[in-house]
Design a binder for this molecule. Structure first.
Ligand SMILES: Cc1cc2nc3c(=O)[nH]c(=O)nc-3n(C[C@H](O)[C@H](O)[C@H](O)COP(=O)(O)O)c2cc1C
Length: 336
């Protein structure tokens, strides 16, 4: 049918150009709307009610116990932290156990972190209030689990496997949340050069790394992110990854995320290799803070965009016609 239509149009002067225009103006946007509607339907079908399922409830538990776990590793560890979060987590653990039992490894890991919270405070001679102490004791009576132990490591041990075979090297990379000293621009350059070996769809290579070097600006940007409290202020530099929407079209609508994720993991290994301790941060906030940060602080020289969406800001971040072999500086941009 399509072929017949094409042959028919070939015979009418100007019809092919008109057909292309119709496709660009109407058919393609219509198809795109259909794809996004599908994404939206699927997300709304599975995500908002996910906590009513075992998988969703478990994910919520992991997220909550990770906050307590992170609190236990903070540089300026504050005894007695996270009271309400801890109590809520214990309530949720009981609810989960009522519904699904106590055998799930991640469930037991959550209980172990709570046991560690209790032990750490007891070892430090810090008296928790009665409600918390009782809640911890009751949970441990129901699910007897040994306390977990956060990893403590010296700088020397952390960097000990940089030249080891990949198994040992990759296993030695961890998120670091206690920084000291500074990271040089050369270290960042070398890491980005190494990370540039990452594959991308059709080798389009549209991910960019923006390095923020000004400490005050780093702090201002991090204030808009919700996962760096307690350690973000120690970071010497901030890297922001962007990907260019002009490099994807049609059904590739999610490819930016896939390609950026692949690049990001390569960058983590490359930073590790270049002795740059780092912690990944999500930027899963509503669009406004990202747009503000991008528009006014990170990329102030962009021309005002016709749209104020963060996607539009990011789209303009830099040239995207870069392929893997192109010079490093096109990939890496510095924001002083
Ligand atoms: C997409 C993504 C977003 C993350 N966001 C945060 C964050 O906001 N704050 C944080 O402290 N850690 C964050 N992390 C780090 C994870 O908590 C960490 O990678 C995970 O616990 C595994 O630990 P590891 O990196 O030591 O292997 C993030 C990790 C990923 C992959």
């Amino acid at each position: 049918m399509k072929k017949q239509l094409r042959n028919f149009l070939k015979k009418i002067p100007g019809a092919k150009a008109a057909y292309r225009l119709v496709c660009r103006l109407f058919l393609e946007p219509w198809k795109m709307r259909g794809m996004f509607a599908y994404d939206r339907r699927r997300f709304l079908k599975f995500s908002p009610h996910s906590r009513e399922t075992k998988a969703g409830a478990l994910a919520a538990l992991i997220m909550s116990y990770h906050i307590i776990e992170k609190g236990l590793t903070m540089p300026d560890f504050r005894l007695g932290f996270g009271r309400e979060k801890l109590l809520a987590l214990i309530r949720n653990l009981h609810d989960f156990a009522d519904k699904y039992g106590t055998d799930e490894p991640q469930f037991r890991a959550a209980v172990a972190v709570i046991a560690e919270y209790g032990k750490t405070h007891a070892d430090a001679g810090f008296a928790l209030d009665e409600e918390r102490s009782r809640a911890i004791a009751a949970l441990l009576e129901r699910v007897p689990v040994a306390p977990s132990r956060q990893i403590e490591m010296t700088r020397e041990r952390y960097w000990a496997n940089l030249d080891a075979p990949f198994e040992a090297f990759s296993a030695s990379r961890h998120s670091v949340r206690n920084f000291s000293g500074s990271v040089s621009v050369e270290q960042i350059r070398d890491a980005v050069a190494l990370a540039n070996g990452a594959p991308s769809a059709c080798n389009r290579q549209y991910v960019r790394v923006h390095c923020v070097t000004d400490r005050a600006l780093v702090r201002k940007c991090l204030a808009l992110q919700n996962g760096n409290r307690g350690f973000g202020h120690l970071a010497d530099k901030l890297l922001v990854l962007t990907a260019d929407l002009r490099a994807v079209w049609g059904a590739e609508r999610n490819d930016l995320f896939t390609n950026a994720g692949i690049y990001l993991m390569n960058l983590c290994y490359a930073l590790h290799k270049n002795r740059v301790a780092h912690c990944l941060l999500n930027w899963s906030t509503p669009p406004q803070p990202i747009a503000r940060c991008a528009r006014f602080w990170l990329f102030p020289n962009l021309k005002p965009s016709s749209s104020s969406s963060p996607a539009a800001m990011f789209r303009k971040s830099s040239s995207w016609r870069l392929r893997r072999g192109n010079p490093l500086m096109k990939r890496l941009c510095f924001t002083e």
